[in-house]
Design a binder for this molecule. Sequence first.
Ligand code: AMP
Length: 283
Amino acid sequence: MWVTRYNAALKGHIAAWWKLGYSIGFVPTMGALHEGHLSLIAAAKAECDKVVCSIFVNPTQFNDPGDLERYPRPVNRDIAMLAGAECDLLYLPDKEQIYPPGKAVAAVPDPGPIVTVMEGAHRPGHFDGVMMVVRRLLELVRPDALFMGQKDYQQVAVIRFLIKYTEMPVRLVSCPTLRASDGLALSSRNQLLTPVWREKAPSIYKILMETQEAFSAGNPRELEERALQRLTAEGFETDYFLIVEGYTLQPWTSDRDVDLVVACVAVRAGFVRLIDNLILRHP
Ligand code: AMP
């Protein structure tokens, strides 16, 4: 696996692969890798000739400085994991490569109502930062396909919008959420959980599953309320638990005949913020 911190070297490798006619899959991450990230690498390897992964803890998407500071950065372990997963190139830029001093960052478009709810409502500026970094990374890597996790459901929707808006010729592939054996969605932030919170955390998925079981019978607002009560009883501070239309991300009402409905949740487990989601109705 090639590892580079520099844009020039990154572009050199990619230009050489293009010349050989290889297709390129790209997996952007913030590091502290786990099996969920590796499943994206595996999906990219299955579909593309060469796989590029980036690790960059993007400051512009953190609205909480404490969260940015605490974010784990086990770089050597990450490099070993990616090499083991047969990733072809790891791009490991510092801030100057992504946001060169003096170079204007392209303005980010406004995706409208999909960013005024859920993460967008609770983390002001977060999706502007996500769009800023993904746009820059896509311009640098120019992949054929971009692999992202459904774990960050709203992020996938925002990047789908960004790609459409900018007319970048890249295919977006949304990959299923990998979970620990007790159901907790794998996340880099899980390692920050205290043992007590780690033990409680699988109940997030349990409550999503209970909502799925009750879905056909229940009124969505009542199901949300029940889930909120369950989360509170477990000790979580809940930012939101919402049943939304899968495309618009607006609250779903039972009179709306849409083929994609998703339950999305964000809670605080001590000082660690966790998000998860479950598709309740598939197309
Ligand atoms: P992050 O490093 O948290 O920015 O995540 C990088 C990519 O990995 C994003 O596209 C995430 O949605 C994806 N990802 C994170 N956790 C999981 C998981 N448990 N299963 C599958 N993909 C994931």
